[in-house]
Ligand binder design. Sequence first.
Ligand SMILES: Cc1cc2nc3c(=O)[nH]c(=O)nc-3n(C[C@H](O)[C@H](O)[C@H](O)COP(=O)(O)OP(=O)(O)OC[C@H]3O[C@@H](n4cnc5c(N)ncnc54)[C@H](O)[C@@H]3O)c2cc1C
Length: 416
Amino acid sequence: MRKKVVIVGGGIIGLCCAYYLNEEGHEVVVIDKSNIQSGASFVNAGYLVPSHIIPLAAPGMINQGIRYMFNTSSAFYMKPRMEPDFLKWAWYFKKSSTAAKVKKAIPVIKDINLLSKELYFAIKASGDLGDFHLEKQGLLMVYQTTKYEEAEAKTAERVRAFGLEVRHLDSEAIKALQPDRELHALGAYHYLCDAHTTPGEFMNGMTAFLSKAGVQIHRNETVKSFTVLNNRITGIVTDKGNFDTDEVILAAGSWSAGLAKKLAVPLPLQAGKGYCIDIEESTGIRMPTLLCEAKIAVTPMSGCTRFAGTMEFSGINSTIRRERVAAIIKGVEQYYKGFRIPEQYRERAKYGLRPVSPDGLPYIGRVSTLKNLLLATGHAMMGWSLGPVTGKLISELVSEKKLSLDISPFHPERKF
Ligand SMILES: Cc1cc2nc3c(=O)[nH]c(=O)nc-3n(C[C@H](O)[C@H](O)[C@H](O)COP(=O)(O)OP(=O)(O)OC[C@H]3O[C@@H](n4cnc5c(N)ncnc54)[C@H](O)[C@@H]3O)c2cc1C
C-alpha cells in the first residue's frame, strides 16, 4: 500500500530512508531545518567501517571520560553538567560499558555494517547518484607506541576472529603503501574490509536524485511540534506550515531526543561533537588512516584530504573550540613527516554533532506508544556507515516487508 511518509531530518539517515521508501513507491517528504549542506553528515570522515565492531561504550571509557573532564583539548571529553538527561545518559553509558555487553554487541555491529557496505556498492552500481567516490582500500590503524601496539594487536585479533581480513604492517610496509607521505609509525593494522567515500559529494548526489525522483525536500524549515490523536501522529507542524501523514520517521540526529520529548517518547541521546579540517591541495596522503594515539581520522577524498577527530559531550551547541582544533593539527603534524597544515585551512574547521546512544547502537524501529512513529537515529560514530542499511530497514518496516536483518538489538525502548 502506498503511504505518505514524512521524514524529519535530511542527514544521511533521513535521505537514505527517503531513497528506499521512494524505491518502494511511497509518497515521501523530507523536512530539514538547514539547507542540507552542513552538520555531521557533511563533516564526517567518510569511513565505512565493518572493522569498528567495538562500541564506544566499552570498559574503561567512563574512567577515561572522568580523567579528561577538565582537559579541554583531549580527544574524548565530557563536560561536567548537572542536567538530568545528561546524567541519565551517562548512567546508561556506564551500565553499557561492560565486557559482557560489548561481547554481545560485536556480532550485531559487524552484520549491520557489512550489509550497509554492500548497499553502498549497490547504490553505486545502480548509477542513481552518478559516479560518486567509493573506494575499497581498507583502513590503516597506525600506532607510534608499544602501549597502542599491544592494544591494537588485541583488537585486530578480535576482529579477525569474526572473519574479517586484517593484516599487520611494519613501517616499511606502510611506506610501500604510501610512498609520497611518510609516517612516524611503529606499525599499523590494515583492515581490508573497510571502504571510504566523500560525504558532501554523496549527500549532494542523493538530494539531487531524490528531487528528480519526486521526493519533496523542504529545506530551511523547522519541525516545531506534532498533533496526535488516538495514539497516532496526524500532523506535523513546522515554522512554515502543516503536513498530514501516514507515517513519521524521526531522523533528526542529535535533535531527535528533543523532538521525541514533544511526543512523550523517552530517548536517551547526547550530541558528540567532532571537528574536521579539509586541505584542498596535494598532501601525498593516499591511504585512509586512523592515527591511534591522537584518535584522528585521515581520509583522502575527492577534492581534499580530511582530518577529523574529537568526541566532545558538551550538549547541543555550535561552539568551535579552538584548543580542540589545535590538538587535531598538532596530532596530524606529529604523525606525518615534514607535514604542516597551511594556515588558511586552520581557520576553516567545521563541526558536526554525532547522535550518540548510551550503548553506541542505533535506535531503529517503532515505539509502543504511537502507532505511526519510527525512529532512525542514535548512530553515534557509525552513522555514515549505517545510512543505507537504516534506510532499507525503515522502508521494510513501513512497507510491512520481511526485514533484511533482526532489528531487536536496535529497539528504541530497549533497557540499558
Ligand atoms: C567529525 C566526525 C567524523 C565522523 N566520521 C564518521 C565515519 O568516518 N564513519 C561513520 O560511519 N560515521 C562517522 N561519523 C558519524 C556520522 O557522521 C553521524 O553518525 C551521522 O552523520 C548522523 O547522521 P544523521 O542523519 O542521524 O544526523 P545529522 O547528519 O545530524 O542530520 C540530522 C538532520 O536533522 C535536521 N533537524 C534537526 N532538528 C530538526 C527539526 N526540528 N526540524 C527539521 N530538521 C531538523 C538537522 O538540520 C540535520 O540536517 C562522524 C561524525 C563526525 C562529527
